[in-house]
Design a protein around this ligand. Structure first.
Ligand SMILES: *Cc1c(COP(=O)(O)O)cnc(C)c1O
Length: 222
């Protein structure tokens, strides 16, 4: 199947109201262009440098999301490049992004990344700390919390990730109920190529798909 056919097949199966983010790390602009022509409206990039290069060619007719770990020293570029940061995971990064957004006179939409598996080597806020973190973020003038994102642990069987999606959805609902001023729980970003169906069943309304669109990655990071 071509990229075009795979995108169409995913759209056909994706319930309405669920946003497809094409995870495009290591993919060429030609490959991404084909996905865009098939209807992809949101590009998820992991690295600032790579996003900058591709954006010069592809432009801002599509939305650009940051889905990789973001270093504080890349905050300025990130504010310039991305329409949504899905991976806000520390107070230090929040302060830096807020400062940069203020300087540019814009409000930056962010998702808080949840380390739902509480894995030490992974970034993201531990489940028990998310609510307090979001409350703290709500006081930053130039960030706007729009929801949560999680990866979940890499598991043998896709089904094993379900409890971590469910946990993240529960946190999402809890925060929504608190009605924190300035916080709008709009997006729950969960699920990748082999887990997106499970994620959608557990309440995701945003999925990040790479391999199932572009085929196996031959270079770069997993
Ligand atoms: C690469 C990546 C994806 C997509 O993974 P696939 O298994 O290729 O679909 C989703 N989310 C993040 C954060 C990624 O880095």
């Amino acid at each position: 199947m071509s990229i075009r056919e795979r995108v169409r097949a995913i759209f056909k199966e994706l319930p309405s109201g669920v946003t497809l983010v094409a995870a495009t790390k290591t993919r060429t602009v030609e490959e991404i262009q084909e996905a865009i022509e098939a209807g992809v409206k949101v590009i998820g990039e992991n690295y600032v440098q790579e996003a900058a290069k591709k954006q010069m060619v592809l432009g801002r007719g599509v939305k650009w999301h940051c889905i990789g770990h973001l270093q504080t020293n890349k905050a300025e570029q990130a504010v310039r490049l991305f329409d949504l940061i899905q991976t806000l995971d520390s107070w230090k990064l929040a302060e830096e992004l807020n400062k940069r957004a203020f300087k540019k006179g814009l409000i930056l939409p962010v998702l808080v990344e949840v380390n739902s598996g509480r894995e030490p080597q992974k970034s993201g806020v531990f489940p028990e700390d998310v609510l307090i973190f979001v409350e703290k973020l709500s006081r930053l003038s130039n960030l706007s919390v729009k929801g949560l994102m999680t990866m979940g642990p890499l598991t043998e069987k896709p089904e094993e990730v379900r409890p971590f999606f469910r946990l993240t959805k529960d946190i999402f609902t809890e925060i929504e109920r608190k009605q924190i001023p300035g916080v709008k729980m709009q997006f729950l970003s969960m699920g990748m190529s082999d887990t997106w169906r499970i994620a959608v069943q557990e309440g995701a309304n945003m999925v990040r798909i790479g391999t199932a669109i572009f085929g196996p990655r031959t270079t770069g990071q997993p």
